[in-house]
Each structure stands twice: as C-alpha cells, then as structure tokens.
Write a protein that binds this ligand. Structure first.
Ligand code: M6R
Length: 608
C-alpha cells in the first residue's frame, strides 16, 4: 500500500526519487520521505501529506548524492506524522530503512530492544528493522539485513542504506512486492514498475525471502539462506506515457476513456472467430485438467470481486461448471473442502492483494488447481498460480479501478466461451459470442460519447447524500460496483442491491432525495426490473435508468435515461458499468474530490 523507490547511479538522486514517489503516490499517501547518501553523510527528510509537500520542503535544498531510498506511506502503525514517516533510522543514525508491509512481532522486538537501551522515535513497526540492522551490522550490509530477516515475523519489502556502505542499497522481500530496474546508468528498486518506467523497462522480480545488493554497475541476488541467485531481466510492456495524463484532468477519466482500447487489448490475438473458440495460451499448462473441471471458485477483493460475481453468471450460462465466488478475505479462513478437479481463479488487478494471495495459497494446500486473471505481469499472484490470463490493460493509476474491471470481464468471457465450447456451446453459439465481444470496443466508445449527458445527470443529483443502485442477474454485480465507485471517489453513501431484494428492506429508504440508478437493459429479466423501477417511482424516488438504446417504455417511468447499445445479455455488464463510472467521476468532480487519490484508499492492498 505504501510505495518504495530507490536509485543508485551516476545522476543526482533527489529528482529521480521525487519523480518516482509521484508515480507511486496512488499507492498510499499520507506522508513521504527520502534519504540520500553523498558518500560520507546521509541526508534524510520526511513530510506529512502529499509528495508535493515533500517537494516543497526540498525545493531549495542542494542535496548531493546519487544513492537514495524514498517512500510514500499509508499508515498502519501510528498516525501519519513526520516522526512516523519513512525512512527510519537506527540509534546512531547509520542505518536508514524504508518498509512496506507489517512486522508482526514488532512489539516483542521493541520491548527487547528498549531493554537493551534503544530509544524509539516513532510508533511504527518499521523502526525495529532499523535498530536490528544497525545492531547486526558487522561491515556487510547484506549480511546485517539477512540476519534481520531471520529475526522478524511478518511481511516486508525493504530498502536499506548504511553510512559506512556508501556505494550500495540492499533490498529484501517477504510478501511485499519489490522489483529491480536495470538501466544504462545505474539500478533502481521499487514496489511498482510505475516508479521507474521513465528510466527503464528492464526489470527483475525479487521473490519472497530473497535479497539483493544494488550498486551503480551491478546487482547481485541471494536467498535468505545466502544461496546466490541468477535471474535475467524481463522487459515490461508499460510505456513512460502510460503514466502521463495526456490532457485528461484525472487518470480516472483517462482510464475510463481507454476502455475501447483495453477491451481490444484483452482480446488481441485471442479470437478465432470462424471456430467460435478463443485462444488463451496462458492456460495451456493446465488445459487437460481444466477442460474437464466442473467446479470453480473465484476469489478476489473489491472491484475484482464484482468482476468475479459477473463471471459466475457468465460461466453458468456458457459452461457446465458450478462456480462459487468468494471474497478472498473470507475464503482464506474457511474450512475448505474441494470437489475433485476444482480450480480456484484469483482475479486481481495488482496481483499483490494480500488476502487474494493468502486465499490461493490456502487453496493450493487443499489441492485445488490455480488460475490467475491479473494485470501486472510478474506479480505475486501471476507467479503463484499454475496458469492464467493477463489483462494487458497497461498501468491503472487512478485508485478507483475502471479499465481493469471491463478488461477482467472480457477475459472471464473469453475463458467461459473457451470452456463452454468444449462442454456445451455449439459452433453457432461460439461464433455469435465472439462476434458480440468484437463489437464491444465500438459500443463502449458509443457510451463514452454520451459523457456530456451523463455529466448533466451527475450535476442534477451530486448533492444527494444517499444513492441506491439496483440490478438483477448479470447486472446485480454492476449495481454493487456502481455503488462502490460512487463511494470511493465522491464519498457519497451508496448501496448496491439485487433489485428483487429491494422490497425486503431498502425500499424504506426511498424518498425524493435519494436517486436510484436502475441497470435495466433489455434482457430476460427486463420486465422484473421495470416493475422495481415502478416501485421506486411510486414512492417519489428519482430514477436514473441505464437501458438499451431505443427503449421507449423505460423513458415513460425513469427521470433520466442513459442508453447502452444492444448486445448479448451476458455482455451487458461491460457496457452498463461505463455510465456508472462516469456518473461517479462527474459527481466527485462537482464535489471537488481528490479523484485519483481518494482519502484513506490505496491502490494495492498488500496488508490484511
Ligand atoms: O489489485 P486488486 O484487483 O486485487 O485489488 C482489489 C481491490 O482492492 C480493488 O479492486 C479496490 O476495490 C479498488 N479500489 C476498486 O476501485
């Protein structure tokens, strides 16, 4: 959730680290700091608030040195104060550490260190790492870090510099992502490719219980047990311009508008229209078992979970597979008992969500096969699953997930059509589904062309404090996702409900100040949705309907209508979510919210 960026090279470290921190700001952002080694001294500065605050503080400071570590923090232990911001130092001010993750035994370690005469300056778990590394240092920073790794329990991605080791940065990982960047004039380490993509796209992924020493010329890796590791660099797809706004006021809006392209990218090279069969090379390692599987469990969190909820209906329609969907945070603590040949599918944008990772590790222990639907190539979930499908959607910078959601839905459809063709779908049905998928990018563009209309609807209702989202079947998860999106970026309270449940409680809330967004495309349960809309109207609740183009009946009852093009009913969610995203965006914009960095949220939730 916090962000790490480090640089050792031939250029001044300060601007590179500040730039890297800005790229990471979306991960977590209540305070930040950096420490730079000039060959003799280490200068450390920290500040509460956004990176701009730290930048302001450092503006007129001439900080020499081309080796440094920097961190943006999302508080877990201790409030967001300057004392609690990273880097943390040891007693003598020799060691400087930045840390993502949680040291679970920090309390007992802290007590022990205090008894030994160490004075703590912060309330963080991270500070124990600095003191331990300081005490363990005997001339070799990597050995001090290695010894410290054996003393701590919990998760970490850390980067460390030592006053007496001027030419190197040591990084280590257990459970929190860390990537090494290799460039012509030095080396980087970061928790996320975004921090270094301006300088290099050659990366090496550090795995759990590994550490690395970076110098200007070289880097070396080893295990916590000191076994050397040779791993060559991979080239990542991300481009520097992915991290730019390109004229959009916010990344969220830019990413909403990228959806015609990202949906296309999820399908690129994967469609054999004539055969009505998608090609998914990434699942071939498990294909023999997968094609005969009749039980699947989808695990995910947040927006990815809602993608999984849509996926369940799609699998039900197109395959013979029984699918359950579980929130990873609940699934990981259940007593698991899988039917033979069950596959667990983890869906995750970041590939690093702690609960989802823990859920698949538990599923593996209990004998399930594992698939991943992941955007970040080389991420922990992509490595810990037996096989999978990448989204290829490029970086999503806005904290609120938009383009990855529609990409996840696209990939789930590809997987369901592929399995369905081996189980029950005819050639004609397969071809029809693929043709409908191929039409989606233009249809999404059509929805986007109504942005002004959607903005006007947002202007009409953004002052309402409570919203209800209703949907049925495929679009019930879209109601939940629409409500989540509104909460996340505008801080308006919203509830997503299956429309059939409205009469069992939420109807009590309906009043003229509570808009209902009714997702009601022309599909098999359209008439039922229409009845629910009537029920809201009878109680004088305003209704914003998301309906199929040309639906005149709905215009007679709804106050406002946003049209989506006609498609197959199981593909409606991909179109229907786009107006929900835009409504949330424009409400947040009218309310002057910090849209790309909503309060209290982080892009990648790497703690439980
Ligand atoms: O990286 P993941 O897809 O695993 O993340 C899961 C959730 O944390 C994420 O979808 C979250 O709900 C977003 N803020 C949604 O906009």
């Amino acid at each position: 959730m916090c962000g790490i960026v480090c640089y050792v090279g031939s250029k001044p470290a300060k601007p590179i680290l500040l730039e890297g921190l800005k790229q990471l700001e979306y991960r977590g952002y209540d305070s930040s700091g950096l420490a730079i080694h000039d060959g003799t001294h280490i200068e450390c500065h920290r500040e509460v608030g956004k990176i701009a605050e730290l930048e302001r503080k450092l503006n007129n400071m001439d900080i020499k040195g081309s080796i440094g570590i920097a961190h943006t923090r999302w508080a877990t232990h201790g409030e967001p104060t300057e004392e609690n911001a990273h880097p943390h130092r040891d007693q003598d001010g020799n060691v400087f550490v930045i840390h993502n993750g949680i040291i679970e035994n920090y309390h007992s370690l802290k007590k022990r260190l205090e008894k030994e005469g160490i004075t703590f300056r912060s309330e963080t778990d991270t500070e124990v790492l600095a003191h331990l590394i300081g005490l363990n240092f005997d001339g070799s920073l990597s050995e001090a870090v290695r010894k410290t790794m054996s003393q701590v329990i919990g998760t970490f991605g850390i980067a460390v510099i030592h006053r007496q080791s001027p030419g190197e940065i040591v990084v280590a990982r257990r459970g929190s992502p860390l990537i090494i960047g290799v460039s012509e004039d030095g080396h980087f380490a970061a928790s996320d490719v975004a921090a270094m993509v301006r300088y290099t796209n050659k990366v090496v992924h550090l795995q759990d219980n590994e550490l690395a020493t970076l110098t200007v010329k070289d880097f070396s890796m080893s295990t916590a047990q000191a076994k050397p590791i040779e791993r060559s660099a991979e080239t990542v797809e991300w481009r520097a311009e992915d991290a730019d706004l390109n004229g959009f006021p916010h990344f969220m809006l830019k990413e909403i508008y990228e959806q015609p392209e990202t949906i296309k990218n999820a399908m690129r090279g994967r469609l054999e229209t004539g055969e009505g069969v998608p090609k998914l090379g990434g699942i071939m390692p498990v294909w023999d078992k997968l094609k005969d599987s009749r039980h699947m469990v989808i695990v995910a969190c947040g927006t990815s979970y809602y993608a999984g909820c849509v996926g369940r209906y799609v699998f039900e329609k197109l395959t013979e597979i029984d699918v359950e969907v579980e929130l990873a945070s609940e699934f990981r603590y259940r007593k698991l008992n899988f039917a033979p040949n069950t596959f667990v599918i983890a869906i995750s944008q970041s590939g690093e969500t702690a609960d989802t990772l823990a859920a698949i590790r538990e599923a593996k222990r209990k004998g399930a096969g594992l698939l991943g639907i992941v955007n970040v190539v080389g991420s922990s979930i992509s490595r810990d699953t037996d096989a999978g499908v990448y989204n290829h959607a490029g970086p999503e910078i806005g904290v609120a997930s938009t383009k990855i959601f529609t990409s996840q839905l696209t990939v789930l459809n590809l997987l369901a059509i592929l399995l369905g063709r081996h189980q029950k779908l005819s050639l004609t049905e397969g071809v029809e589904a693929i043709r409908a998928l191929e039409a989606l990018p233009d249809q999404v563009a059509n929805v986007l062309s109504q942005a002004n209309h959607i903005q006007a609807i947002a202007e009409k209702y953004y002052k309402c404090d409570n919203w209800l989202y209703l949907g049925r079947k495929y679009n019930y998860p879209i109601a939940m996702e629409g409500a989540l999106k509104l909460k996340e970026v505008s801080y308006i309270h919203a509830e997503g409900y299956p429309a059939g449940e409205m009469k069992h409680g939420p109807i009590a809330l309906i009043n003229p100040d509570m808009p209902t967004v009714a997702i009601a495309p022309r599909d098999e349960i359209y008439e039922k949705m229409l009845s629910n809309i009537q029920e809201v109207k009878s109680r004088r609740g305003p209704v914003i309907a998301i309906a199929t183009q040309g639906d005149e009946r709905i215009r007679e009852v709804a106050d406002d209508v946003i049209e989506i093009p006609q498609t197959l009913s199981f593909l409606n969610p991909i179109l229907a979510v786009v107006p929900c995203q835009l409504l949330s965006y424009y409400c947040a914009s009218f309310l002057n919210r910090d849209i790309d960095k909503p309060r209290n949220l982080a892009k990648s939730v790497t703690v439980e």
